[in-house]
Ligand binder design. Structure first.
Ligand code: C2E
Ligand code: MG
Ligand code: MG
Ligand code: MG
Length: 298
């Protein structure tokens, strides 16, 4: 037994010293990076928009911009299948800047068509922490001068806002006070110190992670977590929204628990800008959504 253990150890050690897959991985990552950079130059990225609604009033008060890669051969590629490749590379900021510009351009267009909604953009924490972030945002807001910055919200991931809370806090405050944009803490509850984040980070909105929402109807602990998060956001005077609302029952339950804002497939999936304006007209005409207690549905 002991001998076998020794030889296993040795084997394990060998793999660490020499892993033939490693070079292959680096080559793959580099070619992926080149492909993504090329895709950016070729305009192959597109933002999809997912509506956010207030379940009490029925209002569509905002959208979240979600990036897609329309690959000429492979078709539609989802963000989690390409964003990880650009983590910690210069492309992370470059793509982030593309997203900001694209979203503000779209917001300007909607505004010209009298569609006044909040635009939420996902910002990676490296991008937020990069020294040029404030100027990038400021220059973009200057470039689209008709945009009222109160319609712009930045979503930052709870799980990646680790690092120094006081530094993040400074950046958030500077952007809020000098540019007038707001912040949401995304995927709330998945971080290692959610309560510290809730107490310390001056974010305007807390987004309850969809993993809690998914199981809340069956799993008493997830239900309790949501109940607790809603109570905490109320005592900290933060706005709260639930993501991943996939059924009317989820929406109803959340509404009863005091969370009015929802985003999820039950309301609408993320869609291209052209479809969004169509969806919105249809939604308003039919007062399509849900439950809304004060809307008569016969
Ligand atoms: P997220 O910011 O938490 O975005 C919500 C994700 O949940 C989106 O996935 C959306 O399509 C999905 N979703 C919406 N409603 C439902 C639902 O009812 N059920 C389920 N199961 N899922 C739902 P998506 O578009 O694949 O994006 C994944 C993540 O990639 C985002 O999570 C965000 O962290 C990141 N991401 C997307 N676009 C960008 C971007 O432009 N910049 C950055 N930095 N990250 C982005
Ligand atoms: Mg988000
Ligand atoms: Mg989220
Ligand atoms: Mg998420």
């Amino acid at each position: 037994d002991h001998a076998m253990y020794q030889s296993k150890l040795a084997g394990k050690h060998r793999t660490q010293l020499y892993n033939p897959d490693y070079d292959q991985l680096i080559i793959q990552k580099n070619s992926q990076l080149e492909e993504i950079e090329q895709a950016l130059a070729n305009n192959e990225f597109e933002l999809y928009y997912q509506p956010k609604v207030n379940m009490t009033t029925g209002d569509v008060f905002g959208v979240e911009a979600l990036i897609r890669w329309l690959h000429p051969d492979k078709g539609l590629i989802q963000p989690l299948d390409f964003l990880p490749f650009i983590d910690d590379t210069p492309l992370e900021n470059k793509l982030g800047e593309w997203v900001i510009n694209e979203a503000l351009q779209q917001l300007t267009q909607w505004q010209q068509h009298n569609i006044l909604i909040q635009m939420s953009i996902n910002i990676s924490s490296n991008h937020l922490l990069s020294p040029m972030f404030f100027d990038v945002l400021k220059n973009n807001l200057t470039k689209y001068p008709t945009i009222d910055s109160q319609y712009l919200q930045l979503e930052i991931l709870e799980s990646s806002t680790l690092g120094d809370i006081s530094i993040i806090t400074d950046i958030i405050k500077t952007c809020q006070q000098r540019l007038g944009v707001s912040f949401a803490l995304d995927d709330f509850g998945t971080g290692y110190s959610s309560l510290t984040h809730l107490r310390s980070l001056p974010v305007d909105t807390i987004k309850i992670d969809r993993s809690f929402v998914r199981d809340m109807l069956d799993d008493p602990s997830d239900y309790s977590i949501i109940e607790g998060v809603i109570a905490l956001t109320q005592s900290f005077s933060r706005n709260v929204i639930a993501e991943g609302v996939e059924s009317k029952n989820h929406g109803l339950m959340l509404l009863m628990m005091g969370c009015e804002q929802a985003q999820g497939y039950e309301v609408a999936p993320p869609m291209p800008a052209s479809e969004f304006s169509y969806w919105l007209r249809h939604y308003i005409a039919n007062q399509d959504w849900l439950l809304c207690g004060n809307k008569s549905r016969s």
